[in-house]
Design a protein around this ligand. Structure first.
Ligand SMILES: [Fe+2]
Length: 344
């Protein structure tokens, strides 16, 4: 099935310094409410940055495991640096799957995810925190002198779009512009590209990242170099997300659901190897290259020491009882244990 997400242009809002663009703000709020996703065109996004970033990550993931191993920080739940394949295991969620129509059910999660990932930390470090381990120093891979330039340019662009979009969402809900962004000030945001070796895991319907939602505030993506991101609407329809050139897809995570008391639900998704990727994959292999599927993902996080609770118009008695206040760092720690990145 195809869900045609409208592309929301941020241009008018940006050009007018937030004075215009109220239709676009309403569209952002509606899209988050109905689908848990907003697909936006940000005229500030330079064309070449996504390509340079994907190219860098292809070369990074293509290195032998022994070269990537020193970049691994298992002792802090892989919250920075490299995560090998078959570490993260999504929760099994039979109660959610049972409610979906058969054609909209996800592929069963039978193993931990074959995808690898790199977490590059960005954002301001909090002046003090109870959660030092969630706010670690960045890892710098040895072989790439251009690492900081490319990842820095990428993350600066993506986080800027996320801020604008969350301001617009707040306005679209009739709230002050910083209702959501105030949570993000010292968030341990992560540039979080994943790499999946399609020469090993490229057969159609192979699960690269099993059915899950994201534990952070929102997740931003541009187009990946291979298709395969399947997302669900709040009414349980699944669709393969297409991100046109120059656009950014932003999906709600658990923390945005929390602060809106469930008015926005965090978006469920999975990543699969798909039929549509086979031709490109085969031609890469025929040309002696390993086909890596690279996602251009950024996780925007609430400040670890911020208290998550429904705010503004979402702060109803019902929402407070369903979403009792919790420190973001505690919520993240609980989730990391559930998905086996932290093992006690
Ligand atoms: Fe995800």
């Amino acid at each position: 099935m195809s869900v045609d997400l409208p592309v929301i242009d941020l241009g008018a809002y940006l050009r007018s310094g937030g004075k215009e663009g109220s239709d676009a703000c309403a569209a952002v709020a509606r899209s988050f409410e109905e689908v848990g996703i907003a697909l936006v065109r940000d005229p500030r996004l330079p064309e070449n940055i996504p390509r340079r970033f994907v190219g860098l990550m292809e070369r990074y993931f293509a290195q032998p495991e022994a070269v990537k191993q020193p970049d691994c920080r298992a002792e802090i739940g892989y919250q920075v640096g490299w995560t090998p394949s078959f570490i993260e295991r999504p929760r099994v969620r039979p109660e959610v799957v049972a409610k979906l129509a058969p054609e909209h059910r996800p592929k069963p999660v039978l193993t931990a995810d074959p995808k690898e990932r790199f977490f590059a930390s960005l954002g301001k470090k909090p002046p003090t925190t109870k959660f030092d381990w969630l706010n670690p120093d960045p890892v710098m891979p040895q072989a790439f002198p251009e690492w900081y330039d490319v990842t820095g340019a990428w993350s600066t662009n993506m986080i800027r779009t996320v801020y604008t979009l969350l301001e617009m969402a707040a306005r679209g809900f009739g709230e002050r512009a910083d209702l959501f962004t105030t949570f993000l000030e010292y968030g341990p945001h992560l540039l979080a590209p994943t790499g999946s070796d399609l020469s090993k895991y490229g057969a159609p319907d192979t699960v690269l990242a099993g059915f899950h939602d994201d534990l952070n505030f929102v997740t931003a993506h541009t187009q990946s170099n291979y298709p395969g991101l399947r997302a669900w609407t709040r009414t349980g329809e699944s669709f393969f997300a297409k991100v046109p050139d120059g656009c950014i897809l932003v999906q709600a995570g658990q923390q945005l659901e929390y602060v809106t008391g469930g008015a926005i639900l965090c978006g469920l998704h999975e990543v699969l190897a798909v039929e549509a990727a086979q031709e490109k994959m085969r031609s890469e292999i025929a040309n002696g290259r390993v086909p890596w599927r690279i996602s251009s993902t950024l996780f925007a996080h609430a400040t670890s020491d911020a208290t998550l609770l429904p705010v503004g118009r979402f702060a109803t008695d019902e929402a407070h009882s369903k979403y009792p206040s919790i420190l973001a760092g505690d919520q993240v720690a609980k989730e990391l244990e559930a998905i086996e990145l932290v093992r006690n």
